[in-house]
Write a protein that binds this ligand. Structure first.
Ligand code: MG
Ligand code: MG
Length: 609
């Protein structure tokens, strides 16, 4: 099926938009009236540019406030329509979107609406144009697609059908099952958009908060499956109005859009089973754990001291690069002094994920438009495949300790500075529990869709956490078994000079009391101080008993609980952009200690000022 996107979904000039749409691999485009009117290109030039780029002009839109008006207004509306048809002929567009009227002049009369739409379709037919009638969720008299279908059916003209828009249908909670009763040839066009669940006026919600399918909370997959069951063969077209996408770079948004559409088609295909006509991308290879976290550091210095204090040992140096391997249990941290670009000091540069099929992981990532990076590989190194995540983090797909000995860790065993028998780690750390990545504010939705679609991670609830200098939006994504967990954060207020771009690696301890004591006595890594007020508040919130509370207070441990278990955690102070979190999950606790995030953020600000 042809993939299309509306020009309104992207930023820039019409020429920029067409270039971005074609570069992302779309075959078609909806031209927005406003994008054309403000463009210096004539309709003929737009048509030629689109054709050069291999893009079909699938639809022209919108044509507003047409139907169910008194005769005097009808004459005026038909005059407007003739002008629009003329522009469309010059553009080479054969479908016109007519949205249900919001005009106070429109009357609540379905028979009149049908009669006037038939007259419009009659004139459109003379230009080879078909009308796609769309029920706006806030239409004055027609706001439901089933109502629009009754009018279209009554009008009964071959050049008149429906435009179905997932936002307008799902935002009003209209039952999408009835779509399957509409003959495919009467569905002229399908527009797809998602939105986060927000209790607000539907017009405002639509104009500002639409997002690409998979980035919000609407069941766009279910809707697409209903439409495909009718036998609809027209384009699948994304139509998103969003304050962020209107500002973000068009090329990048177009790629994000295409990733969304591929992922949506895959999900709808799964619902349809054998009846699907969609070709799925290679399946996701769900990672089975963290192989390593790589920190770009100007020097080993403070982070090496912190790792030592936590009980890590430096077990090797890479044979060909200035990269040290630090290990404890299954937790592996790489300190890379060779990557220059961290002007804020240490930063989390790469994440190694255990993949049962690294080549399959890369094929999946490639099919979902993630840039595959050139292998950073010396002549003797084990092969490591990697892709770039939207925030620039490099994701490696690896298999640690394979029986055939081609593990990436082998490259560190022969390193020049490594002692012949590496020192033994001494602590309680068992593995990396999660990593937290800060996303640029305008790439947050893109990032969660990326991790969801490329790696097959499941998104969790979106949270807003109070920081002393803004609200921090946070969303976790994880595998079902919790072996890979990532927290994606974004600072809402980016203009403040205390911009929060912190990242952290959370290390699981089998005995966090022992690890916290180790930190306190080591001198190498002061834990982040926790205010006494926190423990007074904790006493009120949870009945922990005086002994336990005293221990938490003494060691600066934070506490949380959910219906599955308990969570104890603490932090090291920040170095550059990076800090470590030490966590202990007791029972089946599934969260990340979110209620304690404001304590941590306030302490970090206090400590870094
Ligand atoms: Mg629409
Ligand atoms: Mg955390």
């Amino acid at each position: 099926m042809r993939r299309s996107i509306a020009t309104v979904s992207l930023s820039g000039t019409l020429a920029d938009k067409l270039t971005a749409v074609a570069a992302a691999g779309f075959q078609g485009v909806e031209i927005f009236h406003n994008d054309l009117v403000v463009s210096s290109m004539s309709p003929e030039e737009v048509r030629a540019r689109a054709a050069d780029l291999g893009l079909a002009v699938e639809l022209y839109q919108p044509f507003r406030d047409f139907e169910a008006v008194p005769p005097r207004l009808l004459a005026e509306n038909l005059r407007r329509a003739e002008h629009t048809f003329a522009v469309m002929e010059r553009l080479g567009a054969t479908r016109l979107l007519v949205c249900s009227s919001v005009s106070p002049a429109a009357v609540d009369d379905d028979a009149l609406a049908a009669e006037q739409l038939r007259a419009l379709a009659d004139r459109a037919a003379r230009h080879g144009i078909t009308i796609a009638y769309e029920a706006l969720a806030w239409g004055r008299h027609v706001s439901d697609y089933r109502h629009a279908w009754r009018i279209v059916r009554a009008a009964d003209h071959p050049n008149l059908g429906l435009c179905l828009d997932s936002f307008h249908i799902l935002a009003r909670d209209a039952d999408p099952y009835a779509i399957e009763t509409i003959p495919a040839e009467k569905i002229v066009f399908l527009q797809l958009a998602d939105a986060p669940a927000l209790p607000m006026d539907v017009l405002y919600w639509s104009r500002h908060y639409r997002c690409f399918p998979g980035q919000g909370d609407l069941d766009v997959t279910g809707l697409l499956a209903h439409v495909l069951r009718t036998g609809y063969e027209g384009p699948l077209s994304l139509e998103v109005f969003n304050d962020i996408f209107r500002q973000a770079a068009a090329m990048r948004t177009a790629q994000d859009a295409m990733r969304s559409l591929i992922f949506l088609e895959e999900a709808a295909g799964r619902r349809l089973g054998g009846a699907s006509r969609l070709t799925p991308p290679p399946p996701p290879v769900v990672p089975t754990g963290f192989a390593f976290a790589e920190l770009a550091v100007p020097e080993t210095g403070p982070l090496g001291d912190q790792l030592t204090a936590l009980g890590f040992a430096r077990t090797g140096t890479h044979s060909g690069k200035p990269v040290e391997l630090w290990e404890q249990g299954e937790a592996r941290i790489l300190l890379n002094t060779g990557s220059a670009e961290s002007e804020d000091g240490p930063a989390l540069a790469a994440i190694g994920l255990e993949s049962p099929d690294p080549a399959g992981s890369v094929r999946r990532a490639e099919a979902l438009l993630s840039p595959v990076l050139p292998r950073r590989r010396g002549p003797r190194d084990a092969p490591l495949d990697s892709v770039a995540a939207p925030d620039g983090t490099e994701l490696f797909f690896c298999r640690t300790a394979r029986p055939d000995h081609s593990s990436w860790t082998d490259d560190f065993r022969t390193g020049g500075c490594a002692p012949s028998s590496p020192p033994e780690p001494s602590g309680e750390i068992t593995h990396i529990d999660h990593v937290a990545l800060t996303q640029p504010w305008h790439h947050f939705d893109e990032a969660s869709l990326f991790y969801r679609s490329v790696l097959g991670l499941r998104p969790h609830e979106s949270l807003e956490l109070p920081d002393p200098y803004g609200l921090l939006r946070s969303r976790a994504v994880s595998t079902d078994d919790g072996r890979v967990r990532m927290a994606l954060n974004v600072a809402h207020v980016g203009s403040h000079d205390r911009d929060v771009a912190w990242q952290h690696v959370a290390l699981a301890s089998r005995d966090i009391v022992a690890t916290a004591r180790r930190l306190r006595t080591s001198g190498g890594a002061a834990p982040l101080p926790v205010p006494g007020n926190y423990y007074d508040d904790l006493k009120a919130r949870h009945d922990l008993g005086p002994e336990r509370l005293r221990l938490l207070r003494e060691l600066g441990l934070l506490y949380d609980r959910d219906e599955h278990g308990e969570f104890l955690h603490c932090y090291t102070v920040t170095t550059g952009r990076v800090f470590f979190e030490i966590v202990q999950r007791i029972g089946g606790y599934r969260g990340y200690g979110a209620p304690n995030a404001p304590i941590r953020l306030a302490a970090q600000h206090a400590h870094s000022s």
